[in-house]
Design a protein around this ligand. Structure first.
Ligand code: ATP
Ligand code: MG
Length: 458
């Protein structure tokens, strides 16, 4: 059981925050730390970032500092760059009615902290710290809920989730971050109002979903998403794996295995994309399943999974880089290395996966294994890694760029500019992957000439 000692009644204000606050005070404004920083401090967790609230209007905040970015100025939020840190500062506000479950119809800036705290989502997110006294203010019963380790909506949960559907997902994501339970009425309201998430923007959903997956207890949040029915709305493809038994060495259903692999990945890496790939790695199984005697088969689930993962990532409006990383990891998660692989097989493997993807792929493999067997066996993987390292150290060609000749050399041979150049380069790479000794310009020019005349005559 965690103990909450008295010392925690005061918040450790850093020197930078004190100087930051005095700028507000000198101009006649007040400043409070709010949100996750206070919650996390009370839990004895490291503070990741600071959110502030103030009675100064956004224009006033902008005029007080040199570098201010109007990140969400329509809601009264600006980001202030101050002494090497970035502080989010939001003017006290009370939200008008929410007509669409996403945006308040208007935002009233107010001078009252109490009202501002009441419009926040959960009691444990509604602490404030007065930056002049360092005293912690709790106006919504947050401390009681913190002691009970539970997440409770402020006021009527149904109404709060009608105002903003994203809060439903935030509840699960904060549970995942700090390993709390969701209070009964709040959870019932999540179930009841889950469809409100359908009108929340993909960007907002992605941000909270990735924070959930990136948290210390992703499984906890994922279970809440599943039992509340939210998962079926935001990741319906994943829900397809519910109740699909696999047999063989798998003791879990496809969906349970996805959760366990994601949790295992969270112990191995902080990279959210890799954790997300662990969650999605078997997503193609629901669409390739063929039931057998004592175990099912899922032939081609890696390729089907790649396409499904891409669809999900695009729907979440992830970045191009994130999409291709998750797609690649899902597509390549099925490799079966054995000591009998020739060096050329190892080179082909590197080329297929891409040198820059290998570390992440190996983490995914360890997470997958840990999820299946409850432990990891690294002997084979270590052997493969060592062989890859020596191939890389030898400087063997692994991509077209590593060849001793390039497109210009081929054009000089009379090969016309266009797709044919790429085709010949691929052919040369195939040759060099088999035998790195061929990677000299003399050899490659001879091979290219021969290959070109062969295609020309065919
Ligand atoms: P973290 O430490 O992970 O950032 P956080 O609680 O600080 O968690 P933020 O998204 O940074 O989360 O939000 C800061 C604060 O703003 C929250 O603690 C909460 O008080 C309030 N808040 C954020 N989003 C909402 C929302 N959708 N509805 C109501 N209040 C919100
Ligand atoms: Mg925060």
């Amino acid at each position: 059981m965690r103990r909450y000692c008295l010392a925690m009644a005061r918040f450790p204000l850093t020197r930078t925050i004190k100087r930051f606050a005095s700028r507000f005070n000198e101009a006649g404004y007040s400043l409070y730390v709010v949100g996750g920083a206070v919650r996390d401090h009370l839990l004895g967790l490291p503070i990741e970032d600071y959110d502030f609230t103030t009675d100064a209007r956004p224009e006033a905040v902008i005029s007080l500092f040199r570098r201010v970015i109007p990140t969400g100025i329509e809601h009264g939020t600006v980001s202030v760059h101050y002494e090497g840190e970035v502080f989010e500062v939001t003017t006290f506000r009370s939200d008008g009615t929410y007509l669409d479950g996403r945006h308040p119809s208007h935002v009233d800036f107010i001078t009252n902290l109490e009202e501002d705290l009441k419009r926040r989502d959960f009691t444990i997110n509604a602490f404030a710290v007065d930056c002049t006294t360092a005293k912690i203010i709790d106006r919504t019963g947050g401390m009681e809920d913190l002691k009970a380790r539970q997440i409770r909506a402020i006021g009527d949960p149904l109404q709060r989730f009608d105002e903003d559907g994203l809060r439903i997902l935030r509840g699960a994501r904060i549970a995942a971050k700090i390993d709390f339970d969701i209070e009964g009425r709040t959870f019932e309201a999540m179930v009841d109002r889950r469809h409100n998430l359908e009108s929340v923007s993909a960007e907002r959903i992605r941000e909270e979903l990735f924070k959930l997956v990136g948290s210390d207890h992703p499984r906890k949040g994922l279970e809440y998403l599943k039992t509340s029915g939210v998962l079926a709305i935001i990741l319906p493809e994943l829900m397809e794996g519910d109740h699909i038994e696999q047999g063989g060495m798998h003791h879990e259903t496809v969906l349970e295995h996805a959760f366990t692999a994601c949790e295992a990945a969270s112990r191995l890496t902080d990279r959210v994309e890799v954790r997300f790939a662990a969650l999605l790695h078997d997503i193609g199984k629901s669409r390739t399943v063929k039931e057998g005697e004592d175990r099912s088969s899922f032939i081609g689930h890696d390729e089907v999974g790649r396409a499904m993962a891409g669809t999900i990532m695009r729907r979440l409006k992830a970045s191009g880089e994130q999409i291709s990383l998750v797609e690649d990891l899902v597509a390549h998660h099925m490799f079966h290395y054995q000591s009998t692989w020739s060096d050329s097989a190892v080179r082909r493997f590197i080329r297929r996966v891409g040198l820059n993807r290998l570390d992440d792929l190996f983490i995914l493999r360890l997470a997958d294994q840990a999820a299946i067997h409850g432990r990891v066996e690294t002997t084979m993987l270590d052997e493969l890694k060592a062989r890859i390292a020596s191939i890389v150290a030898q400087g063997d060609a692994l991509t077209v760029k590593d060849l001793a000749i390039g497109g210009n050399d081929l054009m000089a041979l009379g090969i016309p500019k266009g797709p044919l150049i790429g085709k010949v380069l691929e052919y040369l790479l195939e040759t060099v992957l088999d035998d790195p000794g061929q990677n000299t310009s003399g050899q490659l020019l001879t091979i290219a000439e021969r290959y070109f005349s062969l295609i020309k005559s065919s």
